[in-house]
Ligand binder design. Structure first.
Ligand code: MRU
Length: 383
């Protein structure tokens, strides 16, 4: 199974998703700053995977602080200048500094949480994972745990977040596959696969499971401008698995639906508000409108860590704005005039009214979502 995030020997290894499918290259991070830059540069992307990487970033901060190396000042190479995988880095394995205290570790954890929280604003999984790491750190501090014990416990917590995400994906996949008709032809957007999660995937996890169950016929893959997560990453995952698929430009979705070639649309999510409004990759809202027009079910697939019950509706979801050159150019080739004004929101918000069902690890939610979300938040179903 593809796993884009690997933590070994105090170093976080990230499969560089900017380079796929041309090259399978790993970026090694041994400091919080390296992890933060990797998230910003989208070396690692996809809501759950960002949360997992950030959790390991916090663990790295604790490991370095516990080793008395946090003040050594070496943040190593930048994420956009990837180091060679497995190279020796200063910090993680340094010997202890007798001056290091539990307070030093707690301060390093707090600083790491602040830095990582500022990387990408829309995916709430990031903040969910950081809160979990911060809570665990405070709990250990309250118990008077020694610095190295705190660091080891935070490494274990990050590993649990990763393993739990995979388990949630597998549960969602079962729930979601059961919604599809036999011989289903589905359309998906962006990349919601193993690359975006702890493994298996959310919407793409449903597709994987449905294929293994013999109920899936074909996948239409939106290329997903501007960064082509569909063309580069989803097509790569589907090809590795031998799942029949066809790549289309985003603008072809209406034509394919109009030709009666789509039985369901499956997408992931970066944040789901309390009323079910859902932020996901730019272009998702457009697909939901098209699906409604053509009478095609539109399913959102996301783990509970993507649900943000603190936001009453999608209006309050912060939408990341990215640089103009992502739209004016690709792969170093510019096709628009250098000064052309660009609007480049990375995500849009699909109103809950356009969503047929939200598939979570706690079961399948149906409208009205405010009630369904409140009910599952209070009493998680072990379905
Ligand atoms: O900008 P990205 O590539 O991080 O956006 C990813 C998406 O929008 C995914 O659909 C979402 O994070 C769900 S991934 C399981």
């Amino acid at each position: 199974m593809i796993q884009p995030v690997r933590y070994e020997g105090g170093v976080l290894h990230l499969l560089d998703q900017r380079r796929l499918p041309a090259e399978e290259r790993w970026v090694a991070c041994s400091s919080v700053e390296e992890v933060a830059r990797a998230i910003e540069a989208m070396v690692v992307r996809g809501a759950p995977a960002i949360g997992i990487a950030a959790a390991y970033g916090v663990a790295l901060a604790a490991v370095r602080a516990a080793a008395g190396a946090a003040s050594a000042g070496s943040d190593g190479p930048r994420a956009d200048e990837p180091g060679q995988d497995g190279r020796d880095r200063q910090g993680a394995a340094s010997s202890g500094d007798p001056g290091t205290t539990a307070g030093t570790v707690a301060e390093a954890v707090d600083a790491a949480v602040r830095r990582l929280a500022a990387t990408r604003p829309t995916a709430v999984n990031l903040h969910w994972a950081l809160r979990r790491m911060a809570d665990r750190s405070r709990e250990l501090a309250a118990r008077g745990a020694a610095p190295r014990a705190v660091a080891a416990a935070l490494e274990a917590e990050a590993r649990s977040i990763q393993e739990e995400d995979l388990a949630m994906c597998l549960r969602m996949a079962e729930h979601g596959a059961a919604l599809l008709p036999a011989g289903a032809r589905v359309l998906t957007h962006c990349n919601t696969g193993a690359l975006a999660t702890g493994g298996h995937g959310t919407a793409l996890g449903v597709i994987r499971t449905a294929w293994r169950q013999g109920r899936l016929r074909h996948v239409w893959v939106d290329e997903t401008r501007p960064l082509l997560q569909g063309a580069r990453l989803t097509a790569w995952e589907l090809e590795r698995e031998g799942i029949p698929h066809t790549l289309i430009v985003d603008g072809a979705a209406a034509a394919v639906m109009g030709a009666g070639q789509v039985d369901a649309v499956l997408v992931g999510a970066d944040r789901i508000a309390a009323n079910g409004d859902t932020a996901n990759k730019i272009g998702t809202y457009m697909l939901a409108v098209l699906a409604r027009h053509h009478g095609i079910p539109f399913y959102v697939v996301a783990p509970w860590s993507t649900v943000d019950p603190t936001l009453p509706s999608g209006d309050a979801i912060p939408i990341e704005q990215r640089g103009a050159d992502e739209v004016r150019a690709l792969g170093g080739v510019r096709w628009a005039p250098a000064g052309t004004a660009v609007y480049n929101p990375a995500f849009d918000v699909t109103p809950a009214a356009l969503i047929t069902a939200i598939v979570t690890d706690r079961g399948v939610l149906r409208p009205p979502y405010r009630e369904a979300i409140a009910e599952r938040a209070a009493a998680p179903a072990a379905e």
